[in-house]
Structures are given as C-alpha cells and as structure tokens.
Design a protein around this ligand. Structure first.
Ligand SMILES: Nc1nc2c(c(=O)[nH]1)N[C@H]1C(S)=C(S)[C@@H](COP(=O)(O)OP(=O)(O)OC[C@H]3O[C@@H](n4cnc5c(=O)[nH]c(N)nc54)[C@H](O)[C@@H]3O)O[C@H]1N2
Ligand SMILES: Nc1nc2c(c(=O)[nH]1)N[C@H]1C(S)=C(S)[C@@H](COP(=O)(O)OP(=O)(O)OC[C@H]3O[C@@H](n4cnc5c(=O)[nH]c(N)nc54)[C@H](O)[C@@H]3O)O[C@H]1N2
Ligand code: SF4
Ligand SMILES: [Mo]
Length: 711
C-alpha cells in the first residue's frame, strides 16, 4: 500500500482558511486533518471539513455531464458526453453573443475561495466573450466599502496576537460556528483575564460563553456604536495624540456623536443605558488610561441590514479614537483580505473585454431574481438570455427566493451550472457540468481572517468525468475560438500569476515554495497601524470622508434605520411584528454540506427560535411546526421556544437546501432584494415576519411538547 500526505488548503468561505494535510492511500483520500505546524490552523479543523472525504466521495457527486430532460427545477437529467455538453454550450453562448454578449451573465461566488478555481480562467472567458459583469455583493461589500472609505482597504489587526488582549468585543459574529480558530484564541485571552463581550440580537453559542451579552435589535448597531463614541468623547476617554496625528474629521465626528446620547441609542437598539455606559467605559479606560490592548472582532451579522455600511463605519472609528492600534493585540479586524498582494489583472484579464477600458453592463448578484425577471433593469436593457453558474447556489442563497426560482424557471433562459452536487440551482440547469472538489484540483488561497498564502495541491485524481472549473472554461474557450495564450495557461501557471511578486509584503513568497511548504506568511509588522499608515491616500483614518462626500454619500458615520422596522415602516411592522434573522448554522457552510448526512443529522431540521412571550402570544409551544410568513413568501420550521431569541426576534439558522426541507422552502423565501446603504449588498437580516402554528401539520402536538414533563 502506498500512503502519501498532501499539503492542501480549505476552500470554504470561512475566515480561518485552514492548512490541510490530506492522507492518500492507494490513490484514495482517507483523512483530512489540520496542519499542526500552521500557526492559524494549529492542527484543528471544524466538524464540517474533518468530514471532507464524506463530501468528496458522496454517493450523489455529479460524475458526468448531463442535459435536462424534465421541467426546469424538476431535476431530471440524462448523461451526455463532454463533447456534446461543451458543443451545446459553445453553440448557444456563441449565437447569443453574436447578437449581444451582454445577454449572457456569469453567476459565481465563494463555493471555493481559490483564486484559480474562482475568478481566473472563468473571468478571462467571460471578459473575452463580452458578457455582462457580475457585481459580487452577496456577502461582504457593505463592510468592505465602509472600510475602504475609513481605512483605505480591508485591513485590520492580526488575530494571532489577540491572546494578549484585555477586552475582546465580538460584534455581529458567532465564531464558535464560523471563525473557530479565532474563538480558540479568544478563550486563551479569557483564561489570561480578558473580558469577552458579544453584541448580537441572539444568544448564539458564542454569546452565551462571553462575560456579557448585549442584544440590540437587528440593524441598529450604528446607533449603538455612535453612543459608544458619544461616551468616549463625553468622558474624555480618547487618545488625543493618535487622533491628532492619524485621523481626519474628529470635530465633525464629535458633532455627529453628540446626537446619540446613550438614552437615545438604548431606545433605538432596545438595550439598556447601562450596557452602553459599561462597554464604553471599559473600552476607553483599558485602552486610554491603562494602555491595555482592546480588540474588536467585527463580523457580518450587523452588515445585513439597510444601514450595514454606515454601522461598520461607526464601529471602525472606535479603535482610532482610543489609539487601540498602537498594540499588536488591539485594534479591529473585519477582514484581512486587503493585505494580500494579488495580481487580479493577470488572473482575470479585464483587458480582454471587447471595448476595454469601456466595460459592459453590470448585474448585481444580490438582485438576480429581479434581473432574471427583467425587473429593475434600465428601460430598453437587453434581457438576460443565458446564465452560467459556478461556485454558487443562488436558488437557495439569494434573497427573495420565489423570484429567483421564477427567474431560473424561464423557458427562454439558457442555464449552465458547474457543480459538484445536484443543488437547488442545479435542478434548473439545461446543461449540468460535473466539477472537481478541492482534493482533485490545484489552487492558491489568500484568507480574510489571517495573513498566510496557502497552496492546495491536488491529492487525488478527479472522480468520474469531473473537471476543474478552469479546465471547463479552457475547453469552452477553445471551442469558441479564443486563441490568446492565456487560455492555455495551466492551473499551476495561474497559481503563480496570482501573487503580485513586486509587492514587499510578498517578499520570498512564490508558488514553487508555497506548494512545497503549504503556507507562507505575508511580511507585515505585528502592529501595522501603531503609527497610522493606513492604506488611505494620506495614511489616516477618515472619520469624515471627503471621498464619500464626493461620491454623494453621507460623509460621517451615521445610523440608518432598518427598512423593515417600527420606525421606518410602522404599517408593515403592525402586520409583521417579528424581526427575522437567518445566520449560519454551525454544521453547514452557507448551503454547502447540507447534503452531507452526518452534518444534516446534527442540525436536524429547519428550526425557528422564538422568545417564550412571543410564542405564548401566538399559541406556539416548543417543538410545534410553525409557519413564518410575510408578503414575499413563507417557510415552515420546527419552533424552539427559547429566550436565546430576544423578544421581537425570530432566528432560523441557515442555509437549508430547499428540497431538503419539509415544505421545499428556506429562509430566503422571506428576505427582500433591497440593498444596503453602502456596497449594494443584500439585507438578509432586515426582514419582518409573522409566525403562526403551521396549518395542517402536527400543530399543537409538537414532538417535544408531547414529551412527559420532567419531575
Ligand atoms: N459554520 C459556518 N461557518 C461559516 C459560514 C457558515 O454558513 N457556517 N458562513 C461563512 C460566511 S460566507 C460568512 S460571510 C461568515 C459569516 O460570519 P459571521 O458574520 O461571523 O456569521 P455568524 O457567525 O453567523 O455571526 C453572525 C451573528 O450576527 C448576529 N446578527 C444578526 N443580525 C445582527 C445585527 O443586526 N447586529 C449584530 N450585532 N449582530 C447580528 C447573528 O445572530 C449571528 O450570531 O461565516 C463564514 N463561516
Ligand atoms: N438567508 C440567508 N441567506 C444568505 C446568507 C445568510 O446568512 N442568510 N448568507 C449569505 C452569504 S454571507 C453568502 S457568502 C452567500 C453564499 O452563497 P454561495 O457562495 O452560493 O455559497 P454556497 O451556498 O456554499 O454554494 C456554493 C456552491 O459552490 C459549489 N462548489 C464548491 N466548490 C466548487 C468548485 O470548485 N467548482 C464548482 N463549479 N462548484 C463548486 C458547492 O457545491 C456549492 O453548491 O449566501 C448568502 N445567503
Ligand atoms: S471551514 Fe473554516 S474552520 Fe473549517 S476547515 Fe475550513 S477554514 Fe477551517
Ligand atoms: Mo459570506
């Protein structure tokens, strides 16, 4: 028997980007483990990826190209050859492109975060074709835009130092589920005396383990952050030297924060004045009076509402006000992705666009339902006639799902899906193409939670007839007659092209070393912003942003109320009084892994957490099947009556495959296609609903309700 250990990288959309060691015995991957030597991974993987072989060798892997033989969405397919599949796709795309290539839309996100299997060969292909561009906004663009205006890029503190922090504020994140390796460090800090605070409307797995949990209503974080700023200024808990030398617009920020005394914010957010006074006092005292490291781990939960961008702006001001950046264990981290010197030009080749530097129209992925239905496009805009989906599952993950599904069901839409599994989206494909998993292809990875480049070597041969995304687009390019040399680049060549080697941060990092060693850390100082030096034009933190004023945006951090709430929409709130959020479930990765039996068994079935008072008012008991609904749609779930959900809030952990839910629906039936204040991002957690016992089910006889009472 031959046994090899292959160095690889976790491809999933997770800030931890773990370094993997894959055991291969006689050509079969038998074990996926964390690299014990990689400082970010520390030999530990989450439950999901420890089960990666279960996913790779899953009985439902797509192993041959297929064409649709049933109705769209029905999921009936017949196998065809690669030649027939690629000829069909090339012929259809070619004839549409001959009329207007903008009628073709690529749709992709972070099914793999790899730079090679993500936007490299695929981007080259769509650029050369002249297809519509895709605005990839579905996850991070509200916060990324806010950080760009405030600090110049998505940069922040290095989590590897957070063990030394004295206060860690976990704001809108549930790291036990979604950022495990940060949580390990936060616990180390806790053991060394740090105070942990969670700011989250829901008592998540993480919030319950923090010293204090502050639970604002969803989408109100901007007001909370401005009140913290208010108290820091009122009590002179400020690093005047840092403010003077490394920030812009303090006086204007002071005026803005004056509008948010704690009492006002407490009322907007539904928290106590004491919560605000306590947190601001502790944060300011530790940082300014005691010069101790204070860290904020800012995440995505708070970005998924109307004011998500400005809320990030407001939170991002805090570390500069108290000089927290002076310490390696202090500051703020939302994302580290802006540190990586990536040569996107080389990877994606926008210069191949027919009219470059003029660009085709852009379709926002977050409003794909409307786009496919021809709604919200400018008058006279060409309809979408073809969509090519890879690395994404829009029918499950995009908002206002009824419209997304209706769009994909259009008979006159030509749909190609590159997938590993027959997802909710794959069911709508005209041509379904089998893609390799991470164990079967080569890739290079950056991270948004640490500062290492990682290599992913292929551990095993592709299963069945599956091909890497790159090879599928390479073959399509050849059939379309694209002859530029870049269409012949191998995956390893592309991996090498990804690193902008001229950048000092990449000193000593190259593909050959990387694939040998598995990972290499960027060259960065421990406390990169101890003396300012942010990647803005002037190196300063912009409390007031000239650039925002120029772009027609509110230049100061602000509180923007949720679209759907009693303040902005009282009539709607009267009909749908409960705010619904649908954050990640621990055992799924967005909609990936929902089809892995062992992980789905742990999650059980779709649940809806509801506060005992809200449940009682609706005749809902624990374990009852309930129906959440609003004007956009409905979904069924098993009620969990629990004060984990604060009053007025319901929580449906996500993202379920629709076809694996009892009613064929998931949380995105309820979410809207409205967009955030900055970054054109979706507002998944800005969503009012009503909940009732599900008609015609076991209402009133819920499983746990029938259990005998314990003595
Ligand atoms: N296990 C697992 N890990 C994942 C994912 C997954 O699906 N499963 N998804 C990955 C992806 S794509 C991403 S973007 C990241 C997401 O990473 P995070 O943003 O850290 O996501 P969560 O861990 O769910 O944390 C979001 C928390 O925000 C809370 N929240 C919701 N609305 C608000 C609000 O208005 N204000 C505040 N303060 N909190 C709010 C939710 O209750 C939830 O506990 O995780 C990644 N990691
Ligand atoms: N209600 C609600 N909706 C949400 C969210 C939420 O919190 N609540 N979160 C949002 C967020 S943060 C995000 S990032 C999006 C995520 O949305 P997506 O990026 O669509 O993520 P997944 O659902 O994991 O789907 C990724 C798909 O890519 C496939 N895939 C993986 N690797 C490859 C590959 O190499 N080749 C090909 N061809 N396919 C591959 C996987 O099999 C999987 O089906 O969802 C968003 N939707
Ligand atoms: S999903 Fe995240 S925690 Fe799990 S192995 Fe991948 S990078 Fe690590
Ligand atoms: Mo995401």
């Amino acid at each position: 028997m031959s046994t090899r250990i292959v160095r690889a990288a976790c491809p999933h959309d997770c800030p931890d980007t773990c370094a993997l060691l894959v055991t291969v015995e006689d050509g079969r991957a038998t074990k996926v483990a964390g690299d014990p030597d990689h400082p970010a991974t520390q030999g530990v993987l989450c439950t999901k990826v420890s089960r990666y072989t279960e996913r790779t060798y899953h009985r439902d892997r797509l192993l041959t190209p297929m064409k649709r033989i049933g109705r769209k969405g029905e999921g009936r397919f017949a196998p065809i050859s690669w030649d027939e599949a690629l000829d069909t796709v090339a012929e259809r795309l070619g004839s549409i492109a001959a009329r207007d290539p903008q009628r073709i839309v690529p749709y992709s996100y972070a099914g793999t975060m790899g730079l090679v299997q993500g936007e490299s060969m695929a981007a080259r292909f769509f650029h050369k074709l002249g297809a519509s561009l895709l605005d990839r906004t579905i996850c991070a663009s509200a916060g990324a835009t806010a950080l760009r205006y405030t600090y110049g890029a998505s940069v922040g503190m290095d989590i590897e130092f957070v063990d030394d922090a004295k206060l860690i504020v976990i704001w809108g994140g549930n790291p036990i589920a979604s950022n495990l390796h940060f949580w390990t460090r936060a616990q180390a800090a806790k053991r060394r005396g740090a105070t942990l605070v969670a700011i989250d409307p829901y008592r998540s797995l993480t919030a319950e383990k923090c010293h204090r949990h502050i639970a604002p209503m969803p989408g109100t974080d901007g007001a909370l952050a401005l009140a913290l700023i208010h108290v820091l200024i009122r009590d002179d808990l400020l690093d005047h030297d840092y403010i003077a030398r490394h920030t812009v617009g303090f006086d204007a920020l002071r005026e803005r924060a004056a509008l948010y005394p704690p009492a006002r914010a407490a009322q907007i957010c539904g928290v106590s004045v004491d919560d605000i006074e306590w947190l601001a006092g502790l944060y300011g005292r530790l940082a300014v009076r005691e010069r101790q490291p204070v860290a904020i781990r800012l995440n995505y939960g708070m970005q998924r509402a109307h004011g998500g961008g400005q809320a990030v702006r407001a939170v991002a001001c805090l570390p500069s006000l108290v000089g927290a950046w002076r310490n390696a264990a202090g500051g703020l981290q939302l994302s580290t992705s802006g540190f990586f010197p990536i040569d996107n030009q080389a990877l994606q080749r926008p210069d191949l666009l027919p009219g470059w530097p003029a660009v085709p129209r852009t379709i926002n992925m977050s409003t794909i339902g409307d786009a496919l239905l021809g709604q919200g496009l400018p008058a006279g805009a060409p309809p979408v006639e073809a969509i090519v989906v890879y690395n994404s599952n829009p029918v499950a993950v995009a908002p206002e799902s009824a419209k997304v599904a209706a769009g994909f069901a259009r008979e006159d839409l030509f749909t190609v899906v590159l997938e590993q599994f027959r997802t909710d989206t794959a069911d709508y494909a005209d041509i379904l193409l089998p893609a390799t998993t991470q164990l079967e292809h080569v890739d290079i990875h950056k991270s948004y939670g640490h500062t290492y480049f990682l290599a992913n070597n292929a551990a095993i041969a592709p299963l069945g007839e599956a091909l890497p995304n790159t090879e599928i687009f390479r073959r399509l390019a050849s059939r379309m007659g694209f002859t530029e040399p870049c269409f012949a680049d191998s995956d390893e060549t592309i991996a090498a092209q990804a690193i902008a080697a001229s950048d000092a941060r990449a000193a000593g990092i190259d593909w050959d070393t990387l694939k040998e060693q598995g990972w290499q850390k960027l060259k960065l100082p421990a406390a990169p912003f101890a003396e300012g030096g942010f990647p803005t034009a002037d190196g300063k933190c912009h409390f007031y942003s000239e650039a925002m004023a120029r772009d027609g945006l509110e230049p100061l951090p602000d509180y923007v109320a949720p679209y759907e709430g009693p303040a902005s929409a009282p009539e709607l709130a009267a009909r749908y009084p409960l705010a619904m959020i649908s954050p990640p479930a621990r055992n799924f990765l967005n909609s990936s892994f929902v089809n892995v039996d062992s992980l789905r068994a742990t999650e059980g079935e779709p649940h809806l957490d509801i506060h005992p008072d809200d449940a009682a008012a609706r005749g809902i008991v624990d374990g009852m099947m309930v129906r959440a609904f609003n004007d956009r749609g409905s979904m069924q779930a098993r009620a969990r009556v629990t004060d984990r959900a604060r009053r007025g809030l319901v929580v449906g952990l996500s993202i379920w495959w629709k076809k694996l839910a009892s009613d064929g629906k998931n949380a995105n039936e309820l979410t809207s296609q409205r967009l955030t204040d900055l970054g054109r991002a979706p507002v998944f957690y800005d969503c009012l609903v009503e909940v009732e016992p599900a008609p015609g089910t076991d209402a009133g006889l819920g499983a746990s309700a029938m259990e005998p009472a314990l003595p």
